[in-house]
Design a protein around this ligand. Structure first.
Ligand SMILES: [Zn+2]
Length: 99
């Protein structure tokens, strides 16, 4: 039996490819804790985690489905609020060092 692929919110971003404008779908991956980039259309994607070194990532088995959830201007806007808060905290700690 094949496990059903989970549906993830995808955020459209206008970027550049080979000097020409290109649309992307950005999706937050809770397993890699990073943003993945795909071509801008709804539907099923195979997870490409080969470089992530994450053998237990459940998306490897099922892939996932993307559904348009809005437009962003920068990949940071896709980050989950808690991940963003965590990064801000780390940055602040680094900024405090040496005082
Ligand atoms: Zn991932």
């Amino acid at each position: 039996m094949t496990k059903r692929a989970p549906e993830l919110p995808a955020y459209r971003m206008q970027g550049q490819s080979m000097g020409r404008p290109a649309d992307y779908y950005l999706v937050w991956c809770e397993h890699c804790r990073r943003v993945h980039r795909h071509s801008a259309r709804d539907g099923h994607r195979t997870a490409h985690f080969a470089q992530a070194g994450n053998a237990v990532n459940p998306y490897n088995a099922t892939g996932y489905r993307l559904r348009y959830a809005g437009t962003v201007s920068c990949p940071d806007d896709v980050m989950l609020p808690e991940e963003r808060a965590h990064r801000l905290m780390v940055q602040r700690r680094r900024g405090m060092r040496g005082r």
